[in-house]
Design a protein around this ligand. Structure first.
Ligand code: ADP
Length: 515
């Protein structure tokens, strides 16, 4: 490859493309010098143009880019100093070399102060010309290379800084607590979530031994041990910890060594996830399953007991057998009701994500619920009074769930009432709620039972309620529906006198009125 091809163009991007020959402009009013230079330089592979005077030279420099310009110092129309200054302003990267005679040598030396790279004194040999041109182009190449390296470095530094701040933002936004230590067991990084989880009042100081910030010695040991886990083995240890003696806050600690690309340990990371709620859910689920199993077993065991007696020929009296079969039937019905309620509970859980909320006239809902319980009221000779005001607000709720809610409360008011007792329904707007009272003249509820009333499977076994069938899920369903609609349910009761269940449901924001 000719020497000239090694010169890169002025655009650093083009350095990736095919090398292009350096472009040179020779500006001299002496045709012999101009031509001589052109020939020598063309022979070396450079792209050469010439100009017969300063003005022509400047015009060409404006039109085209040149890597190097040879400028004669003495020209009639525009002298070399003037052209040099114009070119320097126009294209500071262009290397300018002054062609000078002995008489103007001193002037030429001064031009170097104005930015000329070097000068060549007339008369010069081809080698002298090539020597100064090649040196000039080499300096240009190095300067451009250094500049592009500096630019690249600045860009990288900016990228790293951006990346670092992005990572920090992500780590700070994590709900999980993060803590990182180096090989010397010093704290090097943490996020705000870990301060909350570890109840640290003051922000830890980076560079300090990490142990002072980890109150749980076992957790600290786990983290320290990961610093000496076997080479190149990717491992993560996960363990549960209670962060307080009462076990109120439970976390899952994930600990892993941080390694470089060669597998050498640089430090260790601890990630803490608060699993308190998950643990509580687990506990409640297990408790619920145990309760369901218990509730299902009692009626099934009774049914099986009767059937064993009948099938084992222990009981032969047809009247007795009939009585036992009737009991089986009753227990079977109770079992079905229980399963129905269990399905309702699980439907309500699933409905957390989907609920058909619409504007509902409260009067219609109460009317539908009353119709559903009227056969039960007739059987028990219980009278129901429901005097609704002329104007009742609209509800913003799920229709099926609202009917279920009032049916459950009305049904209880009838079930736990005395024969020929009374039930009455009243409504009132108490901003921002509408309040619905369902009162009865029933057996009442002892004060100590009130806090447990809305729990699953809670049933009072008193002489008065012993023969009332139920699943113990009705009120828990009521509570779930009210909670899901942003309301609340309260109860006041007097033993032997009766009870009042009060439901508060939020009024729609743009409360409309229905008659
Ligand atoms: P159940 O299916 O047993 O009726 P609930 O969850 O509806 O289940 O009610 C739980 C318990 O609360 C009932 O077993 C009963 O002892 C008591 N209870 C509910 N409503 C009334 C009421 N209006 N008067 C008296 N006791 C009631």
């Amino acid at each position: 490859m000719p020497e000239a091809l090694k010169v890169r163009s002025r655009d650093p991007q083009e350095s990736l493309a095919e090398p292009v020959p350096a472009s040179i402009l020779v500006v001299d009013d002496e045709p012999a010098v101009r031509e001589g230079c052109r020939r020598v330089l063309c022979r070396k592979g450079y792209r050469v143009e010439t100009a017969a005077g300063g003005k022509e030279g400047l015009a060409k420099a404006r039109q085209d880019h040149f890597d190097l310009i040879l400028i004669d110092i003495k020209m009639p129309d525009m002298d070399g100093v003037e052209l040099l200054q114009a070119v320097r302003n126009l294209s500071p990267d262009t290397v300018c070399i002054i062609i000078t005679g002995y008489a103007t040598l001193e002037l030429a030396v001064r031009t170097t102060k104005l930015g000329a790279y070097d000068f060549v004194t007339k008369p010069f040999t081809p080698n002298e010309l090539l020597g100064v041109v090649e040196r000039g182009l080499e300096v240009r190449r190095l300067t451009l290379g250094a500049r592009s390296l500096a630019e690249e470095r600045d860009r990288r530094l900016l990228e790293i800084a951006t990346e670092k701040s992005r990572l920090r933002t992500i780590i700070n936004c994590l709900a999980d607590g993060v803590l990182v230590i180096n090989r010397e067991r010093q704290l090097v990084l943490y996020n705000p979530a870990i301060l909350t989880l570890l109840s640290l009042k003051e922000a830890p100081r980076l560079g300090q031994p990490f142990e002072q910030y980890l109150p749980n010695p076992e957790m600290a040991t786990l983290l320290a041990e990961s610093l000496s886990s076997p080479d190149s083995q990717y491992s993560r240890v996960a363990r549960e910890f209670s962060l307080d003696p009462e076990g109120k806050t439970v976390v899952m600690a994930n600990v892993a060594a941080v390694r470089d690309e060669n597998g050498q340990i640089l430090g260790a990371v601890l990630v803490l996830r608060d699993i308190t709620q998950l643990k509580e859910l687990d506990r409640m689920k297990a408790q619920f399953i145990a309760m369901v199993a218990h509730e299902l077993r009692a009626p099934l065991a009774a049914i099986k007991g009767y059937l064993d007696l009948i099938l084992g020929d222990t009981v032969r009296d047809p009247a007795q057998i009939r009585h036992m079969l009737e009991r089986c039937n009753q227990r079977g019905e109770a079992l079905l009701a229980l399963i129905q309620d269990l399905l309702e509970v699980s439907r309500l859980e699933a409905a957390r994500t989907f609920r058909r909320i619409e504007q509902l006239p409260l009067a219609d809902i109460l009317q539908s619920a009353l119709e559903l319980v009227s056969p039960q009221a007739r059987t028990r000779k219980v009278s129901i009074t429901c005097e609704l005001p002329a104007e009742l607000p609209l509800l913003q709720a799920d229709r099926e769930e609202m009917i279920r809610l009032f049916t459950n409360l009305l049904s209880n008011a009838i079930k736990y009432n005395r024969e020929e007792g009374k039930v009455w329904v009243e409504t009132k707007v108490e901003e921002p709620y509408v309040r619905i009272d369902i009162s009865d003249t029933g057996v009442g509820i002892p004060r100590e039972a009130l806090p447990k009333l809305f729990r699953e499977f809670f049933r009072l076994r008193t002489p008065e309620t012993k023969y009332v069938t139920g699943t113990g899920l009705g009120l828990s369903i009521v509570k779930k529906i009210v909670d899901a609609h942003g309301g609340r349910v309260e109860v006041i009761s007097e033993l032997g006198e009766g009870s009042t269940f009060t439901v508060y449901l939020p009024l729609p924001e743009q409360a409309g009125k229905s008659t």
